[in-house]
Design a protein around this ligand. Sequence first.
Ligand code: PSU
Ligand code: MN
Length: 306
Amino acid sequence: MIPSYLTIEPSVQAALLQHRPVVALESTIISHGMPYPKNVETARAVEQAIREQGAVPATIAIFGGRCHVGLTDTELAYFGKAKDVWKVSLRDMPYVISKGLYGATTVAATMRIASMAGIKIFVTGGIGGVHRGAETSMDISADLTEMAATSVAVVSAGVKSILDIGLTLEYLETKGIPVVTMGQDAFPSFYSRKSGYASPLRLDSPAEIAALLDAKWSMGLEGSVLIANPVAAENEMPADEMELHIQLALVAAAQQSVRGKEITPFLLKYIADHTKGESLETNIALIKQNAAAGASIAVALSNMAS
Ligand code: PSU
Ligand code: MN
């Protein structure tokens, strides 16, 4: 029985019923993460990259008082253009659902809705985490607490250095969330293949990652696994150049008293605007690479079950 607050698109529902691989995608990246029309082009290309690996994409968003798992092309295009879309983390879900508003789901909200639908693998660009200065601001993303609770694996290009990467890794350890980097020892920092931190774990193949997920969940260890997929060398941006833009973005955020849920979108937009779109190209490349990686893991996981 599908609950009344959930709408599952027919191709996604068919795949789930037949235990075929499905990959969830977030919608904040479409409505708040990239400018139109690149956002819609990217969302379509990401879905295509998942299909090419033999999995079914399910972009997740909220509208009409329901959580939608899998969007039609028209719905996806609407999210790309609309100005009145809420950024929805867990806290905002009941409000946006009860008011029938349009909501783009963050990592936390997307994971929870994916879990309601029975999807185990979720692909994004970068997760939220412990912010720089969190020791006084207490700004820790609900993405991390959600990852502690919900058994959906997250594929990302690591953690963006707008956050405190060291504290984010500590928090993930405290919450018992395995952090695995694909194919290298260094933990990546989204735009760059390195972060200055070693990855707590390394695995090199989708089959090994699927085996880790199966081991975790079959032991009843609830919660996520953070799978870091480093951006390809030809698409990476120099870490020291990014650090300069991040420092300037943080100063601007402080001067303009940006707070709460607005901070992450503000920092991301500032950096995109001040790197002349170069960071946007890296962003698009890495999300497609993550989609292919996540789909291969979903395929390997569904092969284990059969
Ligand atoms: N980090 C990125 N790109 C993103 C986000 C974070 O590099 O698009 C978005 C994701 O939707 C993530 C959310 O779940 O921001 C985290 O927001 P907050 O820090 O307010 O929890
Ligand atoms: Mn926050």
